[in-house]
Write a protein that binds this ligand. Structure first.
Ligand SMILES: [Zn+2]
Length: 99
């Protein structure tokens, strides 16, 4: 572990490590089952962490002040993470170029 690692980097790295540990311990589980569980927990944590403070005049909370606004922000965040993942495109994709 890098001592200069940010909480963001640590969270991302440890989530992958946790997934590997769970998959190793539960040999009958599929990787997608483990991944769905990790994602469910991550979404729960994200929603918990992005609750508005309760002040109706708070400018900082305004962009995320309703469930639908938070869901939009979560979708945007999720899409950004997915598109920047090294696993977003795979050589086995049906639309992958074949030479
Ligand atoms: Zn606020």
């Amino acid at each position: 572990m890098d001592e200069h690692e940010t909480p963001y980097e640590q969270g991302a790295r440890e989530t992958v490590e946790l997934g590997n540990q769970i998959a190793e311990a539960a040999s009958d589980a599929t990787l997608s089952e483990v991944a769905d569980g990790l994602l469910a927990g991550a979404i729960q944590y994200w929603l918990y962490a992005h609750q508005p403070c309760g002040d109706p005049a708070c400018e900082e909370c305004k962009p995320l002040c309703t469930a639908e606004l938070r869901l939009d922000a979560l979708r945007k965040t999720l899409e950004d993470f997915a598109r920047s993942s090294e696993y977003f495109h795979t050589p086995e994709d049906f639309d992958a170029g074949r030479a």
